[in-house]
Design a binder for this molecule. Structure first.
Ligand code: DGY
Length: 425
């Protein structure tokens, strides 16, 4: 049974494998996505280490000169996706978008090397990748934390990956729609429109793209110019975890300066996470940097903070949050608390379960000694696969598969979870 599931997951990965990179799923997302690739590399590493490295190296080959690693690389022309390169117009030889995504690559690299039976074989590839990833982290703290608070802000919801989270609703009312050029969405012809963001949200997504484009994609200017600047605990936790992992890899490689700087980023970030803690909700919250207020929402972004080395008492409180959520849903982990106004069990990031989130939260809670909760999250993840196959995301109440099908990172997470041999399939 377990081996069968791994073989099915590998078949999904093969279907979406374009040789040197994978697409998340054909049709809906026909290019290379940043955090998808880093997480997919973990799945590859369980049976083909070289292919795992290539996935990350292809992504890093499209790093901008300023250090940013873009959120999409448009390797090949495809009219089936909006907004394509003609909207972004970033002027790159191989077109890319001009925003970024959660910095998972540093963590993924470290995990792949930790598991390798022969890490020495990858030493020089690791050195090249670590230098690039560190330049990306450095770019984050330079351009997205100009006041040096220790935490970075998103300037577009697509950067968080949690595109239409309830967390952004208030901040999004400040993003106008005047002057948005007419467009035709493509996503709603590949997936059920009731599972996707609304047209109103799309207009605001595109407003921000047009604004950044008018600033010639000078990433040093975008943070201050954006009417949307939100500090997301989950996004920061991923970056902090990646900085700690890069620090350890840099020690192994004898890259002293990278190690020191990465440890400083991580230590400052963890200390600053405290400013996002809410006793009332028992979890971390987003912070709206424009209105200077904490966003009073119980989203999974605040629970993903468990992915970095937060204090033990905070991790225990987050485990308690997960246990409380388990009483409200059939399958962990909903992306929003079902009691929140705006919760929608099928609409993308307003309620559904995502396996990549489950994986990261379980990993962090397990490291904090919260084994039972971590096991429950992974068991629920595999129950979802059993019920609905390798979907993009799932309804936490019914387990209905939602969004796109044959999803690469879902398959990769299944391989990961099963290869760790913790959960029975
Ligand atoms: C999309 O197109 O839906 C993506 O989430 C943007 O990255």
């Amino acid at each position: 049974m377990k081996q069968d599931l791994i073989e099915q997951a590998k078949a999904v990965m093969r279907k979406n494998d374009c040789g040197t990179y994978t697409v998340p799923t054909h049709g809906l997302y026909p290019f290379q996505w940043n955090w998808d690739s880093a997480l997919v590399a973990l799945g590859f590493a369980c049976y083909d280490e070289d292919r795992a490295w290539t996935e990350i190296e292809t992504l890093l080959a499209h790093q901008w000169e300023d250090g940013m690693v873009p959120h999409i690389v448009f390797h090949k022309h495809d009219d089936g996706y909006f907004p394509g390169p003609d909207v972004w117009r970033t002027g790159r030889a191989v077109p890319t978008t001009g925003i970024t995504q959660p910095a998972v690559a540093g963590f993924a690299l470290r995990r792949i090397l930790d598991r390798s039976s022969n890490p020495e074989r990858f030493r020089e590839r690791a050195r090249a990748a670590v230098r690039k990833i560190h330049a990306w982290h450095d770019w984050f703290y330079r351009t997205r934390d100009p006041q040096q608070t220790g935490l970075v802000a998103l300037i577009h919801p697509w950067e968080a990956g949690r595109d239409n989270s309830i967390d952004w609703d208030d901040a999004f009312t400040r993003v106008p729609t005047d002057g948005v050029e007419p467009f035709k969405r493509r996503d709603t012809s590949h997936a059920n429109p009731a599972h996707r963001p609304t047209d109103e949200q799309y207009k605001r997504y595109i407003y921000l793209v047009q604004l950044f484009r008018s600033l010639n994609w000078d990433t040093a200017k975008l943070h201050d110019a954006s009417p949307f600047r939100v500090v997301d605990p989950g996004f920061n936790a991923i970056l902090i975890r990646a900085c700690s992992d890069v620090a350890d890899l840099a020690d192994w490689l004898g890259e002293g300066q990278i190690a020191r700087q990465s440890r400083d980023f991580a230590a400052k970030g963890i200390a600053a996470m405290e400013t996002l803690w809410s006793d009332k909700l028992g979890q971390y919250l987003c912070f709206d940097r424009v209105s200077n207020t904490l966003v009073q929402g119980a989203s999974v972004g605040g629970i993903m903070a468990a992915f970095c080395a937060i204090p033990a008492a905070r991790a225990a409180a987050l485990a308690q949050r997960v246990r409380a959520l388990a009483e409200q849903v059939e399958y962990l982990l909903p992306s929003h608390d079902p009691r929140e106004p705006g919760f929608d069990s099928k609409r993308y990031w307003r309620g559904p379960v995502w396996l990549i989130v489950n994986y990261m939260v379980a990993d962090g809670l397990r490291a904090a000694g919260e084994t039972a909760v971590a096991d429950q999250i992974e068991t629920d993840s595999l129950r979802l696969i059993d019920k609905g196959g390798f979907a993009e995301y799932y309804d936490p109440m019914t387990g209905e598969p939602c969004g796109g099908g044959s999803f690469t990172w879902t398959a990769a997470m299944v391989i990961e979870m099963l290869s760790a041999r913790r959960v029975a399939a």
